[in-house]
Design a protein around this ligand. Sequence first.
Ligand code: HEM
Length: 431
Amino acid sequence: SALSSSPFAEHIGKHPGEPNVMEPALIKDPFGGYGALREQGPVVRGRFMDDSPVWFVTRFEEVRQVLRDQRFVNNPASPLLGSQAEEMPMLRLLEQMGLPEHLRVYLLGSILNSDAPDHTRLRRLVSRAFTARKITDLRPRVEQIADELLARLPEHAEDGIVDLIQHFAYPLPITVICELVGIPEADRPQWRAWGADLVSLEPDRLSTSFPAMIDHTHELIRERRGALTDDLLSELIRAQDDDGSRLSDVEMVTMVFALVFAGHETTAHLIGNGTAALLTHPDQLRLLKDDPALLPRAVHELMRWCGPVHMTQLRYASEDIDLAGTPIRKGDAVQLILVSANFDPRHYSDPDRLDLTRHPAGHAENHVGFGHGMHYCLGATLARQEGEVAFGKLLAHYPDVALGVEPEALERAPMPGSWRLNSLLLRLAKR
Ligand code: HEM
């Protein structure tokens, strides 16, 4: 399998009692696996892919506490971590993946890998171009794209069966984010392929795709500079020109990557996981069909119950910190386990139950599937909107849609920290 051929597989099981994130049991059943660790304690010793030690933070309150605590930093090369930076798991991982030294800045300079004051500056700049208003205005377009893709689904069917991941769950968010950012249509298949290479964790694919992506994006920015439009890329360029020191070219390229990949590699799997969950819970599906106004609350619950992101980026302690009774030393890496937090019985009653009415109407979401604190998902409003449109439109076009395979045959990609279906075969209409 992809897992056993991974360059990181050799570390699995090396340290009894300190589970590695690549452990087959954790990959196959993260709900059970991390759930058991959560009941062991709020802070549990584990291992990152590259075998370096990390602390898993497993419970709802402690996860949110760390994500709010600025003493934990995201940048593994932060000066606050002193001379230990080279030992940081993320940097070791990049080295093991064979990423050339001079290209590292394109990963480490990303908004998700930065801390205040850089993070504050990047977040402010991109938020200016990515307003709630822009997202709301986009809704009719998202609906139109969904309608078009859904109308064409039968063309892709074989014996009445069609793969929703390939023909709807990916194309919808890719089209939306590429239109928003300003990625030309002809380039989109290339971005989809690069995305697959990046998430593959295969050093060979990463080391060819990453430099190609960087060159391509620099070129795209150069071209757009000569002909600004109203897309997000143009707005970032304008913001840069307001004060030349505010967004470097590297930061601009990195921001495009962050938006394009975070914008579809996650949302696609919210659509896939959420659809699978609805189709395997007929009582909940019925509630939603009877009352489409339930959609926003339903999406909150699907994000909690089957959100595609199971853990955050690593955080590093910039000083010695006592965390729920566990002494964390300066430089230690901490991994926030969103999936176990989202099922924490200390926070939810009957957490294993999918309950689309769990989140009271009009209330903010009550889960950590989009993270929390300073790095809370920038695209959460957009992703939720895409989810609402995707589920609502799928059921409107195909009210009799059903799984085209047995639920046990649904296969997930063996990827630590993310929960994604390889395919989702559906039967669109009754036989
Ligand atoms: C951050 C999840 C969709 C852009 C995050 C984080 C999570 C997350 C958990 C925080 C990671 C951490 O703290 O280590 C998701 C999920 C999505 C989704 C589950 C879909 C269902 C999107 C979309 C976009 C986006 C559509 C872009 C348009 C970002 C960015 C960050 C981020 C730029 C970094 C924010 C920062 O560092 O300040 N996302 N995301 N995400 N997300 Fe999303």
